[in-house]
Design a protein. Sequence first.
Length: 188
Amino acid sequence: MENWMQLLQQPLQEKEVLLEDLPDLDLYMDQITTLFADKTQATDGLLTKTMINNYSKDGLIQPIKGKKYAKQHILQMLLVYRLKQTLSIQQIKGVMQNLGREVQQGQTSSEQLWKALYGGYLDSRVENGKRVSGLLEELLEKTPADSPQSAALLLLQLSWISSMTKKMCDVLVAQEFPVSEKEKKKEK
């Protein structure tokens, strides 16, 4: 059981690009992918040039001027990268476009908005990691000794939790970040 606890907590140790890692100058695409690879040591897929191009083409990040990306663009890429672990591209588009409207309406600056969101995400990771660890401990305490059947039971429990949190995300996106009618028509 202790081996499972150590093994299953490994994803909680993944590194992130921190706000202080982001330079105050604009970056070329190669510099962004290098920054991401160096700071995250991601094993679940790197942020690639193709992904960045698709994010831009799909309107998930604000249009760039020239070939360089400002800090706000990098922050948007980081948020999209995280959201795509759970949400569809269409759902992410609804989130990003609805948030972008706040900037267009002058309620906040673009960099402030994205910095606050990504910073809030980073700040919540430690506390949420503790919650997940506590839940994992409770599940392991109630799971019989190490065996293939026990592993399958734990897998089913974790899968159910993942499914429920995904459904919660879907409900929240549909309620708070609906895709515009214009975008729905584009998809058809």
